[in-house]
Ligand binder design. Structure first.
Ligand SMILES: [Zn+2]
Ligand SMILES: [Zn+2]
Length: 303
């Protein structure tokens, strides 16, 4: 099953050096989920071939503009393109008021339902569960309420080995049972072991998204053993005092978090406008955690 993330924006605060404010697209088996929607996100979607109609879920971490100023434009474009199916929006509750005000004064009546889910600011919670995956929030520590998100694939079913099942006459209704590991008994009473006719399922994978936060350690238990961690790394460690004042993280701290929580891969992003060249941030993260990568715009990472 496809499980990958494409970076649309990796800049903090303002667009600069051809970098855009934060947005990412998560592809879970061809269902696209958007995480944050900074200014410029629509142009980035066009640039990287992301289709509006494939997005049914949008997750907004917090209400600093670099994480949601693109949303009103995106929703308007969906409306103008004739969308009718619902859009699920997970965000701090005040976003509802902001959107309503913008639609009210522009005389816009959106033609499709927006199913708004107000995220809690004090406690982590599961906000979405489908057949394939779950989404939980992570309470981060920023200047205003901010949640990260963790996307987890569900435990999967065993995989049918067709070369073996084709040799038997197995009624269609038995296949779901075989995938659950239940043996098949044929009409003569012979038992065929599910373990022989099926292969082990893929191990479920997970992606954690930690946008703006000070690296205070309070949320690390959520990140333990995730496969891919995105963590903001606004500054380098020589700016750690500035990072603490503004409730942000340094690349070194992001690397330490990745190491402590035993993740497989770290993506760093949300870079300050003071860095034209991002290589020093990458090297700093790699000095403590080798599997660190820059969340470069347009790049897609397998999770
Ligand atoms: Zn930000
Ligand atoms: Zn912020």
């Amino acid at each position: 099953m496809k499980f990958e993330v494409t970076i649309l924006g990796n800049s903090s605060a303002t667009p600069i050096f051809h970098r855009n404010p934060t947005s990412q697209i998560l592809n879970i088996n061809e269902r696209l989920l958007m995480i944050d929607c900074g200014e410029g996100t629509q142009q980035q979607m066009l640039r990287y071939g992301i289709k509006y109609h494939k997005i049914d879920h949008i997750f907004i971490s917090h209400l600093h503009g670099d994480h949601f100023f693109g949303l009103i434009g995106l929703i308007s474009s969906m409306h103008l393109n004739g969308r009718v199916k619902p859009l699920c929006l997970f965000a701090p509750k005040e976003l509802q008021e902001i959107l309503d005000l913008q639609f009210k004064h522009s005389g816009t009546i959106i033609k499709f339902p927006i199913e708004f889910y107000a995220t809690q600011v004090k406690n982590s919670e599961m906000i979405l569960e489908t057949n394939d995956f779950t989404v939980e929030t992570i309470i981060l520590n920023h200047r205003i309420p901010c949640t990260g998100f963790i996307f987890k694939q569900k435990i999967k079913l065993r995989k049918i080995i067709k070369e073996k099942t084709n040799q038997l006459e197995i009624p269609a209704a038995y296949y779901p049972l075989l995938k659950q590991g239940i043996d098949f008994t044929d009409t003569s009473g012979n038992i065929h072991k599910a373990a022989d006719l099926t292969a082990e399922p893929d191990i479920p994978r997970s992606y954690a998204y930690c946008s703006d936060t000070v690296a205070d350690g309070t949320y690390l238990h959520h990140l333990q053993d995730v496969n891919t961690l995105y963590h903001e790394s606004t500054f380098m460690y020589d700016m750690v005092e500035r990072a603490k004042e503004t409730f942000h993280t340094t690349a070194l701290e992001a690397g330490e978090i990745a190491k402590t929580t035993n993740v497989e891969k770290l993506l760093i992003g949300h870079f300050s406008a003071r860095y034209r060249d991002l290589t020093p941030l990458l090297l700093e993260a790699r000095s403590v955690f080798a599997e660190s990568y820059l969340a470069n715009e347009g790049e897609t990472f397998m999770i």
